[in-house]
Design a protein around this ligand. Structure first.
Ligand SMILES: Cc1cc2nc3c(=O)[nH]c(=O)nc-3n(C[C@H](O)[C@H](O)[C@H](O)COP(=O)(O)O)c2cc1C
Length: 218
């Protein structure tokens, strides 16, 4: 019998009192966590725009502070945009990004809080936690934190729909921001190559900490 993980989910759009017990099956856990590998090489297999929409439609439900959803994505496929992207990369990331069908630039909107009244209609006043020059550092930290979370939801959603991810932070963020976000409203967090991983180019699995090493009860 397939081992199953019990998990509490809420139906989309329903209140918490409508919670229902459901299950996540082991093959999905394997696909997005235990057997998934970071891709460093990609097959010549295209990724349809519809799949990118599907990933967004899944990951957008991941939680963020004040439901602020600060992440913004630019997808880069080819042509001039790809050349400009590659010019920003650390040399070690050039080959994998040259062959990948699409790279997601995961960024955040620096004035993400302006959308809080729309995105958090129950508490529109939460905009005041972030708006104003004296809150700039708080807003920047929140934008970075929550867009990183959304970037993680993005990668797990991509894996769930069958793609492989190659996240990258080795690039020049100042140059990349100037190339792709010249008005300064959006800033890059990290990059994520997306495609079908080349099974011939998988690094040996590196270890992870055991529970006892990094978790404790206070
Ligand atoms: C935010 C982030 C940045 C990363 N930056 C790079 C990078 O610049 N270049 C690269 O080749 N791998 C990069 N990696 C890949 C990691 O080294 C890799 O995900 C990790 O070693 C786990 O590998 P595994 O999923 O195969 O177990 C990055 C991963 C993350 C999540």
């Amino acid at each position: 019998m397939t081992p199953r993980v019990t998990h509490l989910l809420t139906e989309r759009g329903e209140s918490s009192v409508m919670n229902t017990m459901t299950t996540v099956d082991q093959p999905l856990i394997e696909r997005i966590f235990t057997k998934a590998r970071t891709a460093h090489g990609f097959l010549k297999r295209p990724v349809d725009d519809r799949l990118l929409h599907e990933i967004y439609e899944i990951m957008k439900w991941g939680p963020t502070a004040a439901n602020s959803c600060p992440m913004r994505i630019v997808f880069v496929r080819d042509g001039e945009a790809k050349k400009r992207l590659i010019s920003c990369l650390h040399p070690d990331n050039v080959q994998q990004t040259t062959e990948v069908p699409v790279t997601a630039i995961i960024g955040f909107h620096t004035r993400f809080y302006e959308w809080i009244p729309r995105l958090m209609p129950a508490k529109p006043e939460l905009i005041d936690d972030f708006a104003g020059p004296e809150k700039e550092a708080i807003a920047q930290a929140a934008a970075f934190r929550n867009s990183a979370l959304q970037g993680a939801y993005f990668m797990l959603a991509a894996r769930a729909v069958g793609l492989d991810c190659g996240p990258m932070s080795a690039f020049d963020p100042v140059k990349l921001n100037a190339e792709f976000f010249p008005d300064g409203e959006i800033e890059v967090n990290f990059l994520c190559n997306l495609g079908y991983g080349n099974p011939g180019i998988v690094l040996p699995r590196a270890p992870r900490f055991d529970f006892e090493e990094v978790c404790k009860f206070a």
